[in-house]
Ligand binder design. Structure first.
Ligand code: HEC
Ligand code: HEC
Ligand code: HEC
Length: 112
């Protein structure tokens, strides 16, 4: 193999693994269905930085687009179960602890 071909293959390898890696982290921002209150723009990657364990959220729904709503539609998750048990719980706990926290009022999340 000549040098240029080798370099080309190397670049291709790096690019494809970057794409696979980016994909496995999911979308940067996800619009979640919020029923009558309006949808939620959820900053997914920002949370990867503040929550060091993916399973804090993904123990309840898989890492597939639409998995949260699908679990609710099937009745595996109750309405507002994730909102109260995961999202709001953490935001309130962190507020109480005097740490950085996310929205705790309805309109802080349901903005769409
Ligand atoms: C604070 C909660 C939370 C944390 C922590 C979290 N996720 Fe997610 N993730 C979500 C939500 C909400 C969805 C959207 C599910 C849906 O579309 O119904 C999602 C969706 C995904 C998807 C599906 C593709 C997409 O973007 O819609 C992938 C892949 C994913 N997450 C990977 C990860 C990985 C890897 C980590 C850990 C580094 C992680 N997530 C941590 C909440 C979280
Ligand atoms: C930290 C963000 C956050 C805050 C604050 C928040 N919500 Fe939500 N809400 C969500 C998420 C995420 C969902 C979708 C997941 C679920 O149903 O658990 C949701 C879903 C809902 C739904 C739809 C349930 C359904 O399936 O029909 C309603 C209604 C709702 N919220 C009302 C409220 C009200 C009222 C408040 C204020 C008291 C509030 N939310 C505060 C994130 C939030
Ligand atoms: C384990 C803790 C934890 C969980 C779980 C969590 N959050 Fe957060 N969230 C945070 C923290 C901490 C911040 C503030 C980060 C900062 O300001 O640097 C935040 C910020 C936010 C913000 C504000 C972003 C901004 O630009 O100001 C939104 C919206 C939000 N969270 C929605 C959600 C939703 C919806 C869920 C559930 C699917 C969720 N969060 C689950 C810790 C959490």
């Amino acid at each position: 193999m000549n040098k240029r071909l080798m370099l080309f293959c190397l670049v291709l390898l790096i690019l494809s693994s970057a794409i696979v890696f980016a994909h496995s982290k999911g979308k940067e921002e996800i619009i979640l269905q919020g029923g009558k209150m309006g949808n939620i723009t959820f900053p997914h990657h920002m949370h990867h930085g503040v929550v060091n364990d993916c399973m804090v959220c993904h123990k309840d729904f898989s890492r597939e687009p639409g998995s949260l709503q699908a679990a609710k539609d099937k009745g595996v998750l109750k309405k507002k179960q994730i909102m109260n048990g995961t999202c709001l719980k953490c935001h309130k706990d962190r507020k109480k602890a005097g740490e950085k926290y996310g929205p705790v009022s309805c309109s802080g999340c349901h903005t769409k």
